[in-house]
Design a protein around this ligand. Structure first.
Ligand code: ZN
Length: 57
C-alpha cells in the first residue's frame, strides 16, 4: 500500500483514515469524502489506513 500524505479538504475514496498527529481514525463512507480537520487535535494531516472495497457482500 502507498503511504500518501493527505491533507484536510482532500477528496478521498471511501475508507478509514488516520490522523498523523494523534492517530485518531475516521471512517469515510461517502463516495466522495473530504477529509476534515482532526476533531481531536486539530491536525490537517492524514494518511490512509484502509480503503473500503466496493460491493464486497
Ligand atoms: Zn489528530
Amino acid at each position: 500500500m502507498s503511504r500518501e500524505r493527505l491533507t484536510t479538504g482532500t477528496e478521498v475514496a471511501p475508507g478509514i483514515y488516520r490522523c498523523n498527529a494523534c492517530a485518531k481514525q475516521i471512517d469515510c463512507q461517502d463516495e466522495e469524502c473530504k477529509l476534515p480537520q482532526c476533531s481531536a487535535c486539530g491536525s490537517f494531516s492524514w494518511r490512509t489506513t484502509r480503503l473500503l472495497s466496493k460491493k464486497d457482500s
